[in-house]
Design a protein around this ligand. Structure first.
Ligand code: DAH
Length: 339
């Protein structure tokens, strides 16, 4: 009896079928009421009592294995069947959902377009920079707090290599390669060692501008910034400049625009003041010109730097900075890819 069971097991393991009908034939042959396995069960009656336990277990095993095998054979045809019945090579392709541009890209492109019309050309520099381009060439004193571990990401084992904390480093990259007249715009990502919250992130984006020529004045800077503000936020926009300090400009200023959310009457975004700060600017410090190989007795320049996230918040009222880097499509889909 055990012998018979083993033989059947071997044949069942080796079964193949080339169609669903063939599978059905196998099922009838082995498992139907008059099939080979039920027949074996009939014989069970004649097994001597002391062998009944072992033989019983083996017959059950055989039955399970046969069921499994036949089901597996049947399934293999079922899936193959499904695949082919759906395949219509003449059908129009499934529509591919079109992506949208990231809001920061949209705003950056808009800024670049406006300055391109004012004669600025693009310039780029590396995000992993050396201390010279980020700090020293920009007239930062050796002990300036911006160099501090708390603000700057250093590249381990290279105390001289940092993730740039501002795009002003590109000013230096441009000046060391080219003599005036210079009129460049440098968009890019910057990094600061900040705890991530709704209002701060460890990386964000800036657009830097630099203009160096023989007769450049603060009035030129102011006029150019006014044109930018009006183009970006609408003709009704007003600007104001507040004295400030940056190591690389003298004099330095910060620029506010009239709050474009409340129109200047005061709201929670502008904290009731009617004004919001959008950029830093000033006349390029003569030290910066000299450090980068430009004759400061002959040339003057202005520079400015703005945060792309800040401008985007103003345009689209995004309340939480983290939204920009979380890749939540429900957020991203709200921005059209029109430009
Ligand atoms: N680099 C400054 C910052 O990251 C922004 C800035 C201010 C850039 C004044 C300039 C400038 O070019 O003139 O906060």
């Amino acid at each position: 009896m055990i012998e018979k069971i083993n033989q059947l097991l071997a044949t069942i393991d080796a079964l193949t079928a080339d169609s669903l009908d063939a599978v059905e034939e196998l099922r009838i042959k082995y498992l139907s009421r008059k099939g080979l396995i039920p027949a074996l069960m009939q014989d069970f009656r004649n097994v001597p009592a002391e062998q009944k336990k072992e033989v019983g277990i083996r017959i059950n095993e055989l039955k399970d294995r046969a069921l499994e095998k036949i089901n597996a054979l049947r399934d293999s045809f079922a899936t193959a069947d499904e695949d082919t019945s759906d395949l219509d090579l003449t059908r129009t392709a499934y529509p591919m959902p079109l992506g949208t541009r990231h809001p920061l890209t949209l705003v950056k492109n808009e800024i670049v377009d406006i300055f391109a019309r004012l004669g600025f050309v693009l310039a780029e520099g590396p995000e992993v920079e050396d201390d010279w381009h980020v700090f020293s060439s920009m007239n930062f004193a050796e002990d300036h707090p911006a160099r501090d571990m708390q603000d700057t990401f250093f590249v381990e084992a290279h105390p001289d290599v940092v993730l740039r904390t501002h795009t002003s480093s590109v000013q230096s990259r441009v000046m060391e390669r080219q003599q005036p007249p210079l009129r460049v715009l440098c968009p890019g990502r910057v990094y600061r060692n900040e705890a991530i919250s709704a209002r701060a992130h460890c990386f964000f984006h800036q657009v830097e501008g630099l203009y160096v020529d023989e007769k450049v004045s603060f009035a030129d800077l102011k006029q150019m910034l006014l044109s930018f503000a009006k183009e970006m936020f609408g003709e009704q926009t007003e600007i104001r400049l507040r004295p400030s300090y940056f190591p690389f400009t003298e004099p330095s200023a910060e620029m506010d625009i009239s709050c474009n959310i409340c129109g200047g009457t005061g709201c929670s975004f502008c904290k009731g003041t009617g004004w919001v700060e959008i950029l830093g600017c000033g006349m390029v410090h003569p030290n910066v010109l000299e450090l980068n190989g430009i004759d400061s007795t002959k040339y003057k320049g202005y520079a400015f730097g703005m945060g792309v996230e800040r401008i985007t918040n103003l345009k689209y009222q995004v309340k939480d900075l983290r939204m920009f880097s979380e890749n939540d499509v429900r957020f991203l889909r709200q921005f059209t890819a029109a430009n």
